[in-house]
Design a protein around this ligand. Sequence first.
Ligand SMILES: Nc1nc2c(ncn2[C@@H]2O[C@H](COP(=O)(O)OP(=O)(O)OP(=O)(O)O)[C@@H](O)[C@H]2O)c(=O)[nH]1
Ligand SMILES: [Mg+2]
Length: 234
Amino acid sequence: MISVAMITMNEEAAVERVIEDIRNVLAGREYEIVIVDSSRDQTPEIAGRLGARVIRQFPPQGYGRAMARVLKESLGDVVVTLDCDGTYPAAEIPRIADMVLADECDLVNASRLEHRPPSMPWPNYLANWLFAVAGRLLVGVKSTDLHSGMRAYSRELIERVEVDPNGPALPVELLLKPAVVGFRIREIFIPYGERIGETTLNRFDSTVWTFRRILRLAFTRMPSLASQKLETRN
Ligand SMILES: Nc1nc2c(ncn2[C@@H]2O[C@H](COP(=O)(O)OP(=O)(O)OP(=O)(O)O)[C@@H](O)[C@H]2O)c(=O)[nH]1
Ligand SMILES: [Mg+2]
C-alpha cells in the first residue's frame, strides 16, 4: 500500500485541489492519505470529507513534530510526502512510490532544483544551492535539494531512522541521515509550482537549523545500517 502523508496548517485554499489530484493519480491503486493538521481554518474538515485520515495536532507544534508524527502514523509499504500547498506535482507520486516498491532504492528525493523554478525566489534558490554544497562537502551526500518536501520513504527506513523532530529544517535530516547510515538514495527532478496561500517558512531559523543539522551529522559517528543489521541478528 502507498501512504501519502501530508502536514497542514491553514491550507483551506489548497487542500481540496491537492487531495483531488492525489486521488485521481492513485485511482485503482491501494493507498491512504494521512494528514497531521494544526489548522485554525476549515482544512481538517475538507480533508476528512475527501477521505483523508486526519490527526489533529493543536496547538501547532511546528513542521518537524507534525512531520515526525505523520510518518509514524502512516501504514504503507512506501510513504510519499508532499506539501499541501499545490507546489509539488501529484502526478509524480506513482513514479517515486514505485521506485521504492520495486526495491530500486530506499528513498527517492524529488529535487526542485534542476534549474531555478520561476516560483522559487532567488534568495531561497541560492540558499538551497549553498545547503546542497554543504551537504556534499561536510556529509558526503550528493543531492541538489536537501529541503524538498516531496519524497518517497520505504517502511524499513521510517522504522529504523530516528530524527530530531524539534526545530525547523527536518527534511534535511530526513535525507542526510538515511544516506549516512547506508540507505540507498535516488534523486529525480520535478517541476515546482506557485504556492496557493501563505507560506510558513522563516528563512533565518530555517538556515540556522539547516546548518545545525548538517554539522551534527558531519561530526557524529553513526553506526552503519550493515552493522546495525548484524547486531540485531546476533
Ligand atoms: N501540522 C502542521 N503543518 C505545518 C506546520 N508548519 C507548516 N506546516 C505545513 O507544512 C507544509 C510546508 O510548509 P510551507 O509553508 O509550504 O513551507 P515551505 O514549503 O518551506 O515554503 P513555500 O516554498 O512557501 O511553500 C505545508 O503543507 C504547511 O501547511 C505546523 O506547525 N504544523
Ligand atoms: Mg510549501
